[in-house]
Design a protein around this ligand. Structure first.
Ligand SMILES: Cc1cc2nc3c(=O)[nH]c(=O)nc-3n(C[C@H](O)[C@H](O)[C@H](O)COP(=O)(O)O)c2cc1C
Length: 245
C-alpha cells in the first residue's frame, strides 16, 4: 500500500458541499492534471468548461433532474468530447476531416473519461470531494445550447468539485474475483457473486440512509439495463456530427 492506493480506495462521491468556492489556480491545477492523462494518439480530445454563472449552474442542475449540488458545489466542470480542434488541425494541414467515424467517437469519449478521472483523483488528493454528473445527458441538446458547443463537440458528463460537507463511507464494489479473470472470460459463479454483493450493498444502503434505502445491485441493474436508456442520445450525437460510421 502507498498513499496513492489508499486515496484511490477511499473514493466516494460527495453530494453535499460547503459554500466555499474553489480558487481559480486550484481548478487550473486540477484540470492540468486531467490534461496529463494518457490520450489516444495524443489527440487531446477533452475540453473542460467551468461554469460559474449562477443562472447557468441552476439551469444545468434542473436539466440534470434537479441535482442541487450542480449549483451549490465549489466548482462545476462540464467535460466535453471535442473533435472540433482535431478537425481544425487536419484542415490546417490541407486535409479533409472525415466526420462521423465511430472510432473517433470512442477515442474522444475515452479521452474525456481518462482526463476527468485524473481531475477527480487530483481533487481528492487535495481533500476535495467530487461527483460526476452523467445526468447532463438527460437533455443534452439544451446543455449544448447553454454552453454554445460547436459541431463535433458533445457534453459527456459534468463534474462537481468542492469542499465536502458530508463524509459518507466508500460504497462497496463487486468482489474482485468477479472482475479480475485469468487468461479468458470465465463466469463460474456469476450469479452467486451477484447475490453476495447484493446483500453487502443492501446493508451499506441501510446503514447510510438509516434504513430508508432498501435496494441492491441487481435491482439497480434491472432499472438501468432493463429499460431503454436515454434513447435520444443517438439522434443527439448524430446532430453534433457523431453519426457512427
Ligand atoms: C460517468 C458517471 C456519471 C455519473 N452521474 C451521476 C449523476 O448524474 N448523479 C449522481 O449523483 N451521481 C452520478 N455518478 C456517481 C455514481 O452514482 C457513483 O460513482 C457510483 O454509484 C459509485 O459510488 P461512489 O462514487 O460513491 O463510489 C456518476 C458516475 C459516473 C462515473
Amino acid at each position: 500500500m502507498n498513499d496513492v492506493i489508499q486515496l484511490l480506495k477511499a473514493h466516494r462521491s460527495i453530494r453535499k458541499f460547503t459554500a466555499e468556492p474553489l480558487a481559480d489556480e486550484l481548478v487550473a491545477e486540477i484540470v492540468a492534471c486531467g490534461q496529463a492523462a494518457a490520450t489516444s494518439s495524443n489527440i487531446q480530445a477533452t475540453t473542460v468548461i467551468r461554469v460559474r454563472d449562477p443562472h447557468t449552474r441552476q439551469a444545468l442542475a434542473g436539466l440534470a433532474g434537479g441535482q442541487d449540488y450542480v449549483a451549490s458545489c465549489g466548482a462545476f466542470l462540464v467535460f466535453c468530447a471535442d473533435l472540433h480542434r482535431a478537425r481544425l488541425a487536419c484542415e490546417l494541414q490541407g486535409g479533409a476531416f472525415i466526420p462521423g467515424m465511430t472510432e473517433h467517437f470512442i477515442i474522444a469519449t475515452v479521452d474525456v473519461a481518462l482526463a476527468a478521472q485524473n481531475c477527480a483523483v487530483a481533487a481528492e488528493s487535495l481533500g476535495l470531494g467530487i461527483c460526476y454528473i452523467g445526468a447532463l445527458r438527460n437533455q443534452p441538446q439544451a446543455v449544448a445550447d447553454l454552453l454554445a458547443l460547436p459541431e463535433d463537440v458533445y457534453p459527456v458528463f459534468g463534474l462537481c468539485l468542492g469542499h465536502p460537507a458530508q463524509d459518507p463511507e466508500p460504497k462497496p464494489r463487486l468482489p474482485l474475483a468477479a472482475v479480475l479473470k485469468e487468461e479468458v472470460y470465465t463466469d463460474p459463479d456469476g450469479v452467486a457473486a451477484i447475490r453476495a454483493y447484493d446483500e453487502r450493498l443492501r446493508e451499506y444502503y441501510r446503514r447510510r440512509t438509516g434504513g430508508t434505502k432498501d435496494s441492491c445491485w441487481s435491482e439497480e441493474m434491472k432499472a438501468l439495463v432493463g429499460r431503454e436508456a436515454r434513447p435520444h442520445m443517438r439522434g443527439f450525437l448524430a446532430g453534433r456530427g457523431f453519426s457512427m460510421k
